[in-house]
Write a protein that binds this ligand. Structure first.
Ligand code: ADP
Ligand code: MG
Length: 231
């Protein structure tokens, strides 16, 4: 059994449909997707130690099966620069989570490497009742949320099809670079799409998947948030 099978089995045993971000990221990593380093802390002191190991600046996030959209719950703090800020953020996130959902089950606080800003892209998958595992691509933020500028293809896809998905969004020229932003590594985004295509075909029990956002750089990508929902 590989890590992915183990994580999925454990969630199913515990009756959890939503995988936690650290679980989803471990799965992504096993499929060759670049993620940022992370540790789960259970106390403010532990969080400070983790931040020291990872290196500042860090990002702190709530880890709860009951909080799917972490920022909506005040559960994400970015650009934390020192031990005092880590401890303060740790406590604020827990308070916010409690206010948001008083009975939320909390597995800990995720301490992770802060990724440099890149061009934000989104890769998703959804199990369509008719077509089966279907992949989605779009650019982050308003492009997906407001403009619904996304492309879809039924998995599994070829590399050529992955490239078509990327070129197919209206916002594609942004990936060619603009003003002070360099061109993004489209080949690396193709690789993320190929990895997710393989993952959802290997695991038909995945009902929904979201890598949102993936930072795309001149060289490579980094996936800073991952969400997987099981059937
Ligand atoms: P949510 O559950 O609300 O989607 P995210 O993990 O996506 O939470 O965090 C919200 C936002 O914070 C992201 O869209 C991204 O802009 C920023 N962010 C999160 N993690 C990182 C990170 N490790 N490095 C840099 N920015 C991050
Ligand atoms: Mg997100």
């Amino acid at each position: 059994m590989n890590k992915t099978d183990k994580i999925i089995c454990q969630a199913q045993r515990e009756g959890r449909k939503a995988l936690l971000e650290p679980e989803a990221k471990t799965i992504c990593e096993e499929y060759g997707i670049a993620i940022n380093n992370f540790m789960v802390a259970k106390s403010a002191e532990e969080a400070a130690k983790a931040a020291e190991k990872i290196g500042y600046p860090v990002v702190l996030k709530i880890v709860s099966q009951d909080i799917i959209h972490k920022s909506d719950a005040g559960g994400v703090k970015v650009n934390i620069k020192n031990k005092e800020e880590v401890k303060a953020a740790y406590n604020t996130i827990l308070e916010n989570a409690h206010k948001y959902k008083s009975d939320a089950r909390i597995a800990g606080i995720l301490v992770q490497e802060m990724a440099p800003q890149g061009t934000e892209v989104i890769v998703g998958a959804i199990k369509d009742p008719q077509f089966g595992q279907t992949l989605m691509f779009g650019l982050g933020g308003i492009f997906v949320e407001i403009l619904k500028d996304v492309t879809f293809k039924v998995a599994p896809i070829t590399e050529a099809e992955a490239a078509e998905m990327i070129v197919g969004v209206r916002a594609y020229p942004l990936l060619n670079g603009y003003r002070n932003t360099p061109a993004s590594d489209v080949k690396a985004i193709v690789n993320v799409l190929m990895s997710i295509s393989k993952l959802v075909i290997d695991h038909p029990e995945i009902k929904e998947l979201d890598l949102n956002p993936i930072m795309a750089y001149e060289k490579g990508t980094k996936t800073v948030d991952a969400r997987i929902i099981l059937e």
